[in-house]
Design a protein around this ligand. Sequence first.
Ligand code: NBY
Length: 831
Amino acid sequence: MGSVARVTESTPLITSPEPSVEGFVREYLRELNFTQGTVLERASTNDKYLALARTVRHYLMSRWMRTTNEHLRTQPKAVAYLSAEYLLGRQLDNALIAADLTEVASEALASLGIDLADLREAEVEPGLGNGGLGRLAACFVDSLATMSIPAIGYGIRYEYGIFRQNFVDGWQVEEPDHWLDNGSPWEFAHPEHEVTVSFGGRTETVTEQVGDDTVERTRWVPGWKVLGVPYNYMVPGYRNGCVNTLRLWSARATHAFDLEIFNYGDYAEAVRAQTFAENISKVLYPEDSTPQGKELRLQQQYFFVACSLRDFIDQLLPEGFDLHRLPERVCFQLNDTHPVIAVPELMRILVDEQGFAWDEAWEVTQGCFAYTCHTLLPEALEVWPVELLGRLLPRHLEIIYRINDEFLDEVRESSGDDELLVRRMSIIAEHPQRAVRMAHLATVAATKVNGVAELHSQLLRDKVLADFARLWPEKFTNVTNGVTPRRFVRLANPGLSGLITEAIGDGWVTDLDRLRDLEPMADDPEFRRRFREVKAANKERLAGFLERRDGIEIPADTMLDVMVKRLHEYKRQTLKILHVVTLYDRIVSGRLDPEDVVPRTVVFGAKAAPGYAMAKQIIGLINHVGSVVNAHPEVSRVLRVAFPANYDVTVAETLIPAADLSEQISLAGKEASGTGNMKFALNGALTVGTDDGANVEIRQLVGDDNFFLFGLTEPEAAAVAEAGYRPSAYYEENPVLRRALDLVARGEFSGGDRRVFEPIVSNLLGEDRFMVLADFQSYLDAQERVETAYRDPDAWSRAAVLNVARSGFFSSDRSMRDYLDRIWHAEPMEA
Ligand code: NBY
């Protein structure tokens, strides 16, 4: 029986090697020869990269084993982060800086005639997420490790991550992301710790004799099962001896199932069944806001949380642990509603498997979960049709109904039978079809519910979940998002990092509030000059990168104006492109002398969900406008558009440090937080932005003088909507806007074909749900202020340095402290 030896303190560990150039060369050649099975002379770049990745692991391995042993031995309260997405980005560089090995590795490789930079490029990033939510999870596990918090991340090992984006004639085409094809040196498979997950079937009631009593129990009789195999990834803290674990689950067919079919002699059917099971972790759903309600997605969600709860209980708790005390040992943080099916799953484990009374089980469950909401769009709130949920998870549906019954009793009691309220709050929606509202289930079960920026949390309390906030005001809290300074400053911007460290020491990497000490430097002309030098070098680096990667040429000495994020109407890429169209129109029509324009390069990066037709239209429009602008002899002297395909974490790391201007232009009240906005500010870009999400907090911190605010506020936008918004009125009244829209409508960017962008034009004139036209003039005015400011390089760089100095709050380390204080109540491990 594959039993695993219990870890004791005396289990001998081979210790990781001490870092030295000679030692590294030895370890490296050993990996190349013994694991990769090749010799230096014949090794491909991929061979060399894989050997390097494995060599770097050696240096983190004893910290990992020690951290894991300590967690098992001391049984501290732990954070278990449940997330369907982790948008990790490349691992090599992060592991090197965490282990403080970059110089040693680079010298060691150089002595073998290898350039570390070439091997970095060989890594295909694990894109196991869509955007902000997935990247946030990756930043959080980094911070938890750096702060020595006992934590484990649980998720799905998708065989295909977020699709690769290509442009064909300017239109998005998706290709599968084969990220595992060249080997996966950062993961450790543990098939011996496989977990069985059940689906389908029915429930039945059995009577049992307990002492003198007969009790009725419900039993789930599943219809089919799959296995979950865990893959462990190291999550190294920054030079602190702690390496936490990220555990991603991969689906396999059960052994019994295929054996049975093989015995019937139906080989092909057996293989098909295997494929069916393995489909569960095959591919990441590419929707970043509107859930698709697909059966396979619910299978994915249940699959990974069932594996994770089992794993936590069976592997991380001591044998015989009294599950009544589970809340003392863990907080399961629900990253949006995707893992919320964990709530009825824990109830099922406690009631059906452990024999808990319902109320006891509910108390434990309520003590173990907390829920983070990441949206404000009503269509983004997940609901699962009862028909589907009941077919896939019949026992869970019964449990959800009972949770709802008891909850609605409480609502009736406290509201004096307000039936309208009951309907609004019910976990079960009746229209347009009977369905489970996952956000309601999460809110009812959780100890705490948080939004991801002050404004967002306020709107959750006042609008999205207002009934719940009235019933349980103390349940609601805010934790403003953050980003890891290790990846997004230290690793992505070595030039700025060096400059900061020279000025204030290197403590900022793990204590970002220290950036405040830079504030006086904003008034030091020499510091500002060096800051500009760093920016210029980062632009050069970006220009080289885009040239190599995409064959895109950008001038390296213009204002770099960047809008990177998923493509969504609420984010308003359309507003940005209308600004570009306006500049183009003014120059072409002779209204604006190119000499009077501040030369700028507008860079877009955005993937559209493959089924989101309007988003794909907008991508087409950006590319077509870009082609016309870039081909125009006068215009292209002062205005360029670049839209590199397949924006990902790796691109972000080169693009953000080069940016002068950060575009954060969502309609107020729609972007929950944003995290790109934080990365730009920390890298010394100025923001042109609306009063939305975390922009509000950025502006408060950096100061109005160092931020270009425009647009309706949330209450204003709500009032306009309430009064009946008429976008065509703006079109009629504003000749500049009319000219821009007319150009698009007339086919200026589509070879004279008016039909191509007709859907965009008629949407803007007819509905314009996100009020692009209402904010257009205010945006143009803000861009005028941007130009004026940019003409004074000294003043601009002063503002940029102040952005850096005042953005320390946006470290994900601070977010973790807030979660720890307000929600998790876990403590760091002793060093
Ligand atoms: O989460 C984003 C928010 O839009 C952004 O404002 C915030 O900063 C960030 C981190 O809190 N949300 C997000 O990225 N959402 C998704 O990626 C997503 C993915 C899948 C689904 C829904 C949303 N889905 O239902 O399938």
